[in-house]
Design a protein around this ligand. Structure first.
Ligand code: PMP
Ligand code: GLN
Length: 384
């Protein structure tokens, strides 16, 4: 393994899901729903397969139906208008979108400012692109993790090429406020930075304000690459359909990298996701409300079990602090948890460069059936 990748090892999700299988534990580690997405969308995939749509290489930028559906979705939800021909690119999940964006836009030696804790592929992709990551740490402030805007401003140097933003934020569950996003936007404009924004949890924002895409703010549409994922929005994480929306220039750049990563992927599923994106608002509301109920079940269970539970305003993750349980090392805690309680969780430290900052935090996923969450909470209560 080369020096760029040597520090990353095996992703924590693979390690922890294998541990869950081996020990027969309830897996609240890797974020995937235990209920598949809508029946009609699965039917649409079956129809596409049967009718021979997408069984051979789809077009490089994605099938026209899906590009049109992504553009229509951005317009309908956020009033953002994108040309399906040239401003939308279909990718192999958000993971490929992140990789292709960083590989296309970062020069070796460029600094990339990212919110820490960050989703694990960010660090690896910045490294593969030859960039240097500059983490800005979200810290507990009252009952939620928040961004320190002064630290963010101080992190930008003449070598900064882009800001890598994620809202709603994995793993903290923080949703950046309009004021925070405005400050990010002003900084990007003032310092002439590109912004890559991972908004895969856009439909999992639990308060009424809903999701605010960074690209809607003044001066941002022309410098922002926005990333979405059908895995999250429709509970089909195995389909690996994601997308990018941006300007023709930036989409062309991302596509230049993408064509040599997968070239294309998920042909028949692209047609199904096109139909999914056109589902009525009621689908998205029910999805969010269901996930909010699950959040509340798990948050209550974790609090009863003695964890400090931080607010989850978005995503399907809850970050906890294990210190009230007399523990301080999230890695050791997560490695022993299957044996002690039959539950798997993720140590947030893996999402930090400043490992010691993340040490006492542990993430639980709540995209599971209520009875599973209740059983997990029951098991965790016995830890005390
Ligand atoms: N970004 C974030 C913040 C995520 O949580 C995930 C999924 N865990 C991804 C990207 C990857 O999404 P996909 O499965 O569509 O590749
Ligand atoms: N995004 C999911 C998570 O954060 C897992 C994705 C993966 O396994 N790479 O848990």
């Amino acid at each position: 393994l080369n020096r760029r990748l040597a520090e990353f090892g095996t992703t924590i999700f693979a390690e922890m899901s294998a541990l869950a299988l081996r020990t027969g534990s309830i897996n609240l580690g890797q974020g995937f729903p235990d209920t598949d997405g809508p029946e009609e969308v699965r039917e649409a995939a079956v129809r596409a397969l049967r009718d021979g749509r997408g069984n051979q290489y789809p077009p490089g930028p994605g099938v026209p139906e899906l590009r049109a559906a992504v553009a229509a979705h951005q317009e309908r939800r956020y009033g953002l208008s994108y040309d399906p021909d040239g401003e939308v690119l279909v990718t192999a999940g958000a993971t490929e979108a992140i990789a292709a964006a960083l590989l296309a836009l970062v020069e070796p030696g460029d600094e990339v400012v990212a919110l820490e804790p960050y989703y694990d592929s960010y660090a690896a992709c910045i490294a593969m692109a030859g960039g240097t990551r500059v983490p800005v740490t979200l810290r507990p402030d009252g009952t939620a993790f928040r961004l320190d805007l002064d630290e963010l401003r101080a992190a930008v140097t003449p070598r900064t090429r882009l800001l890598l933003v994620n809202t709603p934020h994995n793993p903290t569950g923080t949703v950046l406020t309009r004021a925070e996003l405005t400050a990010i936007a002003e900084l990007a404009v003032e310092r002439d930075l590109l912004v890559v924004t991972d908004e895969v949890y856009e439909h999992l924002v639990f308060d009424d304000a809903g999701h605010l895409p960074l690209a809607t703010l003044p001066g941002m549409r022309e410098r922002t690459v926005t990333i979405g994922s059908a895995g999250k929005t429709f509970s089909f994480t195995g389909w690996k359909v994601g997308w990018v929306t941006s300007t023709p220039r930036l989409v062309t750049a991302v596509r230049a990298a993408k064509q040599f990563l997968t070239y294309v992927s998920s042909g028949p599923f692209q047609y199904a996701v096109a139909e999914a994106l056109a589902l009525p608002d009621a689908y998205f509301e029910a999805f969010r409300d269901d996930m909010r109920t699950k959040r509340d079940i798990l948050a209550a269970g974790l609090a009863e079990a003695g964890f400090t539970v931080y607010d989850t305003a978005g995503t399907y993750f809850i970050t906890t602090d294990i210190r009230p349980l007399g523990e301080s090392d999230g890695f050791a805690f997560c490695r022993s948890l299957p044996e002690r309680a039959g539950v798997v969780a993720i140590p947030n430290a893996v999402f930090y460069d400043h490992r010691e900052e993340g040490a006492p935090f542990v993430r639980f996923a709540f995209c599971k059936r209520p009875e599973v969450l209740k059983e997990a909470a029951e098991r965790l209560r016995r830890l005390a």
